[in-house]
Ligand binder design. Structure first.
Ligand code: NDP
Length: 239
């Protein structure tokens, strides 16, 4: 079994996920670049390798059971274990609740929530073989129920589609943390801030690299680090 620490980052072909992979790679980690599109995945792997990152491609569509099972098999063959899983893949559009297209809402839940559960559960046997397993769910401060119900807090436009998927993801993260409390697995949610990526039409004020920082920190937590928390660069966020 490899002594090098190994991470899987989902949706790592571009945006924040790519920068999480680059950042972990720069720390000497071996990084599985999870991405569903062959061309985009291989381009990202090549770019990371050119930057001296020990990267390998992991074909992965988080909405597909067979794809996720095959990804776990590939990591098993390559490394025999997983030290950090970063559930970054996500997407969707913001829609007013009263006019939301239900198929669009369902697709966002499938990727942003069910996808995280599917990938996490498939990777758990590999994570349990690590001496210091970490799971990071890339969420959003927009999903915070506390902030949504705090007068004056900035939580974006009224949205019954994308934003609630992050609230759902936060709730799922809390439940995993409770179940895994007596293990050495630390699981936390990260908010990258408003970043310039495809998701935001490049309107975000932060770079994807800045957006990656909290997820990298949570993927590399020491053994006495937090679990069941929600963090951004500035510290802990309310759920
Ligand atoms: P991008 O659109 O740049 O990247 C999204 C990534 O997710 C892509 O790699 C995309 O792959 C992948 N993805 C989407 N669906 C699937 C799927 N079914 N299987 C595998 N991969 C998939 O957006 P960001 O980098 O901005 O977003 C990354 C994460 O950060 C998301 O979870 C997002 O919700 C979150 N976030 C982003 C913020 C921002 O301001 N940008 C703010 C708060 C949270 P493909 O290229 O194939 O589409």
């Amino acid at each position: 079994m490899s002594e090098q620490t190994i991470a899987l980052v989902t949706g790592a072909n571009k945006g924040i996920g790519y920068e999480i992979a680059a950042g972990l790679g720069a720390l000497g980690w071996r990084v599985g670049v999870g991405a569903r599109n062959d061309e985009r995945r291989e381009a990202a792997v090549e770019k990371l390798r050119a930057a001296d990152v020990d990267a390998f491609g992991v074909p992965l569509d988080v909405t597909d059971d067979a794809s996720v099972a095959a990804a776990a098999g590939l990591i098993e063959d390559r490394a025999g274990r997983l030290d950090a899983l970063v559930n970054n893949a996500g997407g969707g559009t913001q829609q007013t609740p009263t006019t939301a297209d239900v198929a669009t809402v369902r697709a966002a839940v499938e990727t942003n929530v069910i996808g995280v559960i599917r990938v996490t559960n498939a990777m758990l046997p590999l994570l349990r073989r690590s001496g210091a397993p970490r799971i990071v769910n890339v969420s959003s401060g927009l999903g915070s129920l506390t902030l949504q119900t705090t007068a004056g807090a900035e939580t974006g436009p009224i949205d019954g589609a994308y934003t609630p998927t992050k609230t759902f993801l936060n709730a799922v993260t809390i439940q995993y943390a409770k179940e895994l409390r007596d293990t050495n697995i630390l699981i936390n949610a990260a908010c990258p801030g408003f970043c310039a990526t495809d998701l935001t039409g490049f309107s975000g004020v932060r770079t994807p690299e800045q957006g990656a920082a909290t997820a990298i920190r949570l993927a590399t937590l020491p053994d006495d680090g937090p679990t069941g928390g929600f963090f951004n660069d500035a510290g802990e966020l309310p759920w």
